[in-house]
Design a protein around this ligand. Structure first.
Ligand SMILES: NC(=O)c1ccc[n+]([C@@H]2O[C@H](COP(=O)([O-])OP(=O)(O)OC[C@H]3O[C@@H](n4cnc5c(N)ncnc54)[C@H](OP(=O)(O)O)[C@@H]3O)[C@@H](O)[C@H]2O)c1
Length: 255
């Protein structure tokens, strides 16, 4: 049995990756992971491929054990892994609770790495790994500090992973888009100082990001920015020092 495993599938990008995997028509099952079970169950109705929902909080280490156990029990091949679960909280260091910063790191970094490790053992030639990072990974971002750092981790981790996997026929891509119209900003603003980042534009559609990132992964390119703004951010961040980029961001986030 060949499966696609997608985290964060209860909304936004994860949900659209699941629908796209369904359209691929090559997976025997799509395993979807998020905390809101009812949203995952709605996906079952929207897909022709059988969907197996896992209502799990990925910030808890036991969630990985549950997924590992299910993979072992099913003895299946993982054809595609998409790590889309993630969240941000806007605010400076004084605004953030320990719980907020810890769970951002747990979900955006630790759970992503753990699940990749677990799935790689069951992935053969032709396998695909899509790790959702962010254009926030390109520069240090005051007011979005821990989130941007967590996504820099994802991008760096994914690039080196891709290098390690060369010759194994596994396509690995880090997705680094700008703002997207999902529940993300609403979650990010729900904190002590949610207006720390005032503007969230331009906003891409989730379907556009999924379409482009899947295409970029199909041609086995390491980074998918999915739009001109993201591509420019990537290039500019390579030539302008971080100290200057942070001042530019500091101005932009107040507009
Ligand atoms: N939207 C943007 O502007 C933007 C830009 C660049 C990158 N990204 C990245 O894109 C990815 C997808 O975000 P999105 O835009 O689609 O936002 P979203 O609509 O808020 O989706 C986030 C997903 O993560 C899941 N999730 C959150 N906490 C979780 C937890 N503790 N355990 C398991 N699942 C959890 C949510 O499901 P439950 O709440 O049901 O658990 C939801 O399915 C994230 O990694 C985000 O960092 C977003």
């Amino acid at each position: 049995m060949k499966i696609a495993l997608i985290t964060g599938a209860s909304s936004g990008l994860g949900r659209d990756y699941a629908l796209a995997a369904d359209r691929d028509g090559i997976y025997d099952e799509i395993w979807v992971v998020a905390r809101r079970r009812e949203r995952l169950q709605e996906l079952e109705l929207d897909c022709r491929t059988p969907v197996r929902p896992f209502a799990l909080d990925l910030t808890e280490r036991s969630a990985i054990a549950v997924l590992y156990g299910a993979l072992e029990a099913a003895d299946c091949e993982v054809g595609m892994l998409v790590n889309a679960a993630g969240f941000a909280k806007f605010g400076n260091c004084d605004d953030m609770t320990l719980e907020e910063v810890d769970s951002m790191i747990e979900l955006n970094c630790r759970a992503l790495v753990d699940l990749t490790q677990v799935c790689l053992k069951r992935m053969g030639r032709g396998g695909r790994i899509i790790q959702v990072a962010s254009s926030a990974s390109f520069i240090p971002m005051p007011g979005l500090n821990v989130y941007a750092a967590s996504k820099a981790f994802v991008r760096s981790y994914t690039r080196a992973l891709r290098f390690e996997l060369r010759g194994r026929g596994i396509r690995t891509t880090a997705v680094c888009p700008v703002w997207i119209k999902t529940e993300f900003v609403q979650v990010a603003r729900d904190t002590a100082n949610g207006q720390t980042v005032k503007h969230t534009w331009p906003q891409l559609s989730s379907k556009h990001v999924v379409r482009w990132s899947r295409l970029i992964n199909r041609i086995n390119y390491p980074i998918a920015t999915c739009c001109i703004t993201g591509a420019l951010m990537r290039i500019v961040s390579k030539v302008i020092p971080d100290s200057l980029m942070m001042w530019i961001w500091e101005g932009l986030r107040r507009i």
